[in-house]
Write a protein that binds this ligand. Structure first.
Ligand code: SF4
Ligand code: SF4
Length: 757
């Protein structure tokens, strides 16, 4: 056997006193837990017991495994040992909520006569209060880390076993203190607001980063003892030192960051319902099911229903958005080399459309823009109502057109700086709007992404809806919209029994948690079927009476073709030649006119013609109603074009994430080698198979739009011929858009924002 391996195996320390102490602690804990769990099962679920015992096991591995024996030879091994002692074992132990189980697990005599007299000591309480003060805990942790790593002390500890044990004891106990206010194990009470633990962990992360950086970037061996030690595996002392720094840096930051994330998630999760009231009323027996309910699927259903499920998704996207913003501001100003170019314009857009096609409004479900405002609302509640004059989609229509214009004129896909500003602006606007106004005003009336998602989710196969209409008929509380303590109702003003389809639904699942009868599900439905009929809808009324919603649908549909046309070479060349013949050096004026014509004039002409023609042919339905409903019928075609466009970017730019991430990591000193930019264009030319899929999508979109149009006009028309005639202008426009879409797909694409071979 390899001599190092056999030395490692032989170096396990099975010292009786250590084993006895750990086994006794585990036994006392488990005994006490068993007693307590009879009365307080919810306080000490099994996983907490697992955490505590795991914490003891990690402690044993840290101090008795070969890690200890090899700590004198390799700094990286010693740092691993410290990492286990400081970042793994203590939080696991506190997660076990050990205080009362350890107390109750002691033999009665020991508890009464041994510990009992001391427990009431005032001095003891004062000492405990002092030691568990967050400032003391933080300083103890940082102090132990820095002081013991001073070369003189560190080398003394390596030479002298007594000081070595003292060093490890300091690390372990200081870390127990550090993690105490973070985890705040029951039954202790926090001294500060739990939100203060976010800067607490952040500052700890900062100082740990500085500490690790010293090891990684130092050009000399900090501890001479390692320079003189026998070298294992041919690794130099300096290389060993760099790896040691990385051991503390990467996993250490991960633990602190993950803890911050979990903390924020737990703080954002609504608190328990009012005391004394059952959390959820009895489910309605035999409530009818409409197909499978995704919320009942194992795993995913639990995540979607959980109070913290949405918060976790939001925190993840928030972290990604933060990285994108930072890279947009400080990274290279070229879309294909920046996370601010690649993440939003290649991946996120395609992800949104794929989510809409396969499930529903998944982006709004995980929307990171709402996280700061949700945190803000913990401290101040908005009191104003959104201005009545803006309570429609007209403002959002204007913003959506503005976005399409800005996208082309400022070449947003290739401008990391602009992208970063837009993302930042998003966060600030959501915070300000929802900080000032009640309800979800930002989502409902402002956010262009949200409006796109609302329209797109008309063709989604899933819908948040009631499982049993009868159950709602007997419900007296209407908590799904009013909310109850700890479970807010629908902020988008969608009353579930009267909710039809997905418009305005952010898939936030608040109504699911608020319904006391467990009567709200995420159920399958025929995509776009909500457009065939037009009953009054909660929060929206009849769509036939909403020209603003129709206008939104039209700009989303026409926007799909205009946005895609803007990247094909003949259109770009045409705009350039018009611009230069008019004496303009940029294509912005020509593009502005193109956009005005295609996004405003053309849809307006269609709407006016459709209204007049519809009123003439089917007066019973009314021209406006027909116009509003037939505009929405074009949505499947529009979404097919968006999907074609964004999937094209996803396929051609799929390889960009890796070199861009490598580059970004290198920029922050975590280089993993030079980025391989060839990966960014490895799939730059999708083949005919992909184009067939694109055309198939367009085919399906056109068929669905024509079918929906037909279903809208036929019931109101007396004769087949008048129904066909009423549909004619819309069918003609849909067909023309389809032809334009196919033409676009066959044009040479400008591979904008990409690195070309
Ligand atoms: S509407 Fe906008 S802000 Fe609201 S959840 Fe959706 S993306 Fe987020
Ligand atoms: S109906 Fe309202 S509360 Fe329920 S998921 Fe949709 S937006 Fe959220």
């Amino acid at each position: 056997m390899n001599p190092v391996a056999s030395a490692a195996i032989a170096s396990w320390r099975f010292e009786p006193w250590l084993l006895l102490a750990l086994v006794a602690t585990a036994w006392i804990y488990l005994r006490g837990r068993r007693r307590l769990v009879r009365d307080l099962p919810e306080r000490l679920p099994p996983w907490r017991g697992v955490c505590f015992v795991s914490g003891l096991a990690v402690f044993f591995v840290a101090v008795a495994s070969p890690l200890d024996a090899f700590a004198d030879l390799l700094l990286q091994v010693h740092m691993t040992q410290h990492f286990l002692l400081m970042m793994v074992a203590p939080p696991l132990l506190w997660l076990g909520r050990p205080e009362l189980p350890l107390l109750h697990g002691l033999p009665h005599v020991a508890r009464r006569d041994g510990l009992g007299p001391f427990l009431g000591w005032r001095v003891l309480h004062r000492v405990r209060a002092f030691l568990t003060h967050p400032v003391v805990c933080w300083l103890a942790f940082a102090g132990a880390m820095w002081i013991w790593h001073l070369p003189a002390l560190y080398e003394t500890a390596l030479r002298d076993p007594f000081w070595h044990e003292a060093e490890h004891a300091s690390f372990f106990f200081a870390s127990l203190l550090f993690w105490f206010p973070v985890i705040q194990p029951w039954p202790s009470r926090p001294r500060w607001s739990r939100w203060m633990m976010v800067p607490y962990l952040f500052l700890a992360s900062l100082q740990a980063t500085a500490f690790s950086a010293l090891f990684v970037f130092s050009g000399r061996v900090i501890y001479p003892v390692y320079a003189n030690a026998p070298r294992l595996g041919g690794m130099s002392a300096l290389e060993d030192q760099k790896i040691a720094g990385a051991v503390m840096w990467v996993p250490g930051s991960f633990v602190l960051l993950a803890s911050t994330m979990l903390l924020v998630v737990s703080l954002l999760a609504p608190k328990l319902v009012r005391p004394g009231a059952p959390a959820v009323a009895a489910p309605i027996p035999n409530a009818p099911r409409r197909g499978t309910d995704v919320l009942r699927w194992p795993g995913i259903g639990a995540v979607l229903r959980a109070r913290s499920g949405r918060a976790v998704m939001q925190v993840v996207l928030l972290l990604i958005a933060a990285v994108v913003i930072v890279d947009g501001f400080f990274g290279p100003q070229m879309g294909a080399m920046s996370l601010a170019g690649v993440v939003p314009w290649t991946y996120a857009r395609a992800g949104i459309v794929i989510g809409l096609l396969l499930a529903g409004n998944l982006f709004c479900m995980a929307c990171p823009f709402l996280l700061p405002r949700t945190v803000g609302r913990k401290f101040f509640a908005p009191s104003r109502a959104w201005p009545a004059v803006l309570r429609s989609k007209w403002f959002a229509v204007a913003l959506f057109v503005l976005y399409l214009w800005g996208y082309e004129v400022f070449a947003l896909w290739d401008s990391p700086l602009w992208t970063a500003w837009i993302l930042l602006g998003y966060f600030v606007t959501a915070f300000v709007v929802d900080g000032l106004f009640k309800g979800a005003s930002f989502c409902k009336y402002v956010c262009p992404i949200g409006q796109f998602n609302f329209v797109g989710s008309l063709i989604s196969p899933l819908e948040v809806t009631v499982r049993s209409a009868d159950a709602c008929g007997t419900c007296t509380t209407q908590d799904c919209i009013r909310g109850r303590e700890g479970a807010p109702g629908c902020e988008l003003d969608l009353f579930l029994p009267a909710k039809v389809g997905n418009l305005d639904c952010t898939f936030c699942m608040d109504c699911v948690r608020a319904c006391p009868h467990d009567n709200v599900g995420l159920l399958p439905r025929l995509p776009a079927s909500e457009l065939i009929v037009d009953p009054p809808r909660a929060g929206l009324g009849r769509l036939g009476a909403r020209p603003d919603v129709a206008a939104l649908a039209l700009v989303v549909v026409f926007g799909a073709f205009v946005n895609a046309a803007g990247m094909v070479e003949p259109v770009v060349a045409g705009l350039q030649s018009v611009s230069s013949s008019l004496g303009f050096s940029s294509t912005a004026p020509a593009f502005t006119v193109f956009l005005l014509m295609t996004l405003i004039v053309l849809p307006l002409a269609l709407a006016a013609t459709g209204r007049w023609w519809g009123r003439l042919l089917i007066p019973e339905l009314g021209g406006r109603t027909l116009l509003c409903r037939l505009a929405l019928a074009l949505v499947p075609l529009g979404m097919a074009m968006w999907a074609d466009h964004f999937l094209f970017h996803l396929v051609t730019g799929a390889g960009a994430a890796l070199p861009t991430s490598v580059r970004a990591l290198g920029d922050v000193g975590m280089s993993t080698g030079p980025p391989d930019w060839s990966a960014a264009h490895s799939m730059a030319a999708p083949g005919d198979g992909f184009r067939s899929v694109q055309i198939l999508l367009l085919d399906l979109g056109l068929l669905a739009s024509l079918y929906l149009g037909w279903r809208v006009v036929r019931p109101g028309a007396e004769r087949l011929s008048s129904a066909l005639a009423a549909l004619a202008p819309w069918a003609t426009v849909a067909s023309l858009l389809f032809v334009a879409g196919v033409w676009i797909l066959f044009q040479p694409m400008e591979m904008r924002g990409m690195i070309m071979p």
